[in-house]
Design a protein around this ligand. Structure first.
Ligand SMILES: Cc1cc2nc3c(=O)[nH]c(=O)nc-3n(C[C@H](O)[C@H](O)[C@H](O)COP(=O)(O)OP(=O)(O)OC[C@H]3O[C@@H](n4cnc5c(N)ncnc54)[C@H](O)[C@@H]3O)c2cc1C
Length: 439
């Protein structure tokens, strides 16, 4: 067993892990990032299927100046190679499609389009504005219950159901009202989002290259077997390397991107952690499952549409994008990659097979004849080790742990108001701020 030493070790190269490594490197630390897979990015990577660059998870990635992702790239002077999709959203409701206006004002427009009644829409929008800026409702009711207080309009609830499932990964009845408004607030702050031009893997590789150039090291094909804890303090990790050998690597700081439950197991088990932390680990520990269907066709399903389509007229189908119409680099000329997502109607009790089949059926209902004309590249049901989100919005773990020097980063530790890739990057921002004392 050889012995190497670093200022910090990051386990896992998902968005949270790679942003943490970038930030710590930017602070002048010598960091080792280990990744068990040959590929970087975790659920924000890509694989090549039939010459198409197919995402392993995320498609819509925040990229505005206040985004924790963009800030991590900026710290190491790395360009985010993205196509900006801000505002290119289409909502499909039972009575038609609504395209967000490019110049803003979209939230009110969506509400009015859904309700088809200007006075009722104005009254509900006023309630939303009050909840954002006057009295923010608490987490004692769901956002569904909050809407139920003010409207019986089914279409507006379907609209927000689609919005919640597509953007937050769980359903209207599962999101605490407080967290819904925290998300709206966070995502309205100069927020921009886009899709990576050359696939998510290329985006993550570009940040990894900068981390390597600055004297830290990104080491793929290296799995963490154990986080070593001595007398309540982390002192390093034991890894299984690409050459098949095991090695101990020491560092006073370890940031795990493997998910809070896995971190506890790697560190030796729950008995090493203070009781309140373990209780929190088990409270509302459900993940947010998601279904991923990618397929290729000889022509686009919606010619000329280069945005994101959110469904408010379905039970399981939540989202469709045609990446080839956004970036031509994604597929060979004349081939059109499409990616659709579905979510269980009850994330706590998902019927993954039945609801996956229904996602396909709803795709067919919305685009008759489609399923006979396509070549499927991915049909995946994500839960467990690789879920849509490791924890529901509002139920994240803290980034620090009772073990000195041991932190978690990733979407299991989403800071309030954040979800998905942004939550992973924001958890890295929070962990590094705690480590450096710069808040
Ligand atoms: C189908 C799908 C669609 C999604 N769509 C979007 C979207 O459009 N927008 C959005 O923002 N979010 C989306 N998400 C969510 C987003 O992908 C995740 O929230 C985010 O990528 C999670 O990042 P993370 O930092 O938690 O790490 P993860 O992506 O979970 O990465 C963890 C990494 O750790 C590595 N690892 C695990 N164990 C070990 C070990 N023992 N040793 C070494 N390495 C290890 C893994 O191999 C992995 O690379 C989607 C997710 C899915 C599944």
């Amino acid at each position: 067993m050889s012995n190497e030493n670093f200022d910090a070790i990051v386990i896992g190269s998902g968005m949270g892990g790679i942003c943490a490594a970038a930030r710590l490197t930017g602070e002048g630390m010598r960091v080792l990032l280990i990744e068990k897979s040959p590929y970087l990015g975790g659920r924000c990577g890509h694989r090549v299927r039939d010459d198409c660059l197919v995402t392993t998870g995320a498609l819509m990635i925040p990229m505005g100046p206040s985004s924790a992702i963009r800030q991590a790239f900026d710290i190491l002077d790395v360009d985010m190679d993205m196509v900006d999709l801000t505002g290119r959203m289409r909502y499909r409701l039972a009575h038609g499609d609504y395209d967000l206006p490019p110049g803003g004002g979209g939230l009110y427009g969506m509400v009015e389009f859904a309700m088809q009644d200007e006075a009722a829409a104005k009254a509900l929008f006023q309630r939303i504005t009050d909840a954002l800026f006057k009295w923010t409702p608490l987490d004692t009711i769901s956002i569904r219950e909050w809407f139920d207080q003010y409207t019986d309009n089914r279409e507006v609830k379907n609209l927000f159901q689609g919005y919640c499932a597509a953007l937050m990964g769980v359903n209207l009845h599962e999101i605490p009202a407080s967290d819904f408004f925290a998300f709206l607030k966070y995502s309205s702050k100069g927020s921009r989002f886009g899709m990576s031009t050359h696939g998510n893997g290329a985006l993550m590789d570009s940040l990894a290259d900068a981390i390597n150039r600055r004297g830290s090291e990104v080491r793929p094909r290296t799995g963490c077997k154990r986080i070593i804890v001595d007398q309540g303090k982390v002192i390093g990790v034991e890894v299984h390397g690409a050459d098949g050998s095991d090695q101990v690597i020491t560092a006073p700081l370890v940031l795990s991107n493997t998910g809070p439950d896995s971190t506890v197991m790697l560190a030796g088990g729950e008995h090493l952690f203070e009781k309140s932390y373990v209780k929190r680990l088990h409270r509302n520990a459900a993940d947010a499952p998601i279904m991923h269907i990618s397929f290729v066709m000889d022509e686009p399903l919606i010619p000329g549409f280069d945005g994101c389509m959110v469904f408010g007229n379905t039970r399981n189908l939540i989202y469709l994008e045609i990446p080839s119409q956004i970036s031509p680099e994604i597929s060979p000329t004349g081939k059109y990659l499409h990616t659709a997502y579905g979510a269980p109607a009850d994330a706590a009790n998902p019927d993954m097979k039945g609801e996956f089949d229904n996602t396909l059926a709803e795709l067919e209902e919305n685009f008759p004849g489609v399923t006979d004309r396509v070549t499927f590249l991915v049909k995946a049901k994500h839960r467990g080790q690789s879920p849509g989100m490791r924890r529901w919005i509002g139920y994240g773990m803290p980034v620090n742990t009772p073990i000195e020097g041991l932190y978690n980063v990733g979407d299991g530790c989403a800071p309030r108001g954040t979800i998905g890739t942004e939550s992973a990057a924001a958890s890295a921002r929070e962990a590094v701020a705690m480590i450096t004392g710069k808040r």
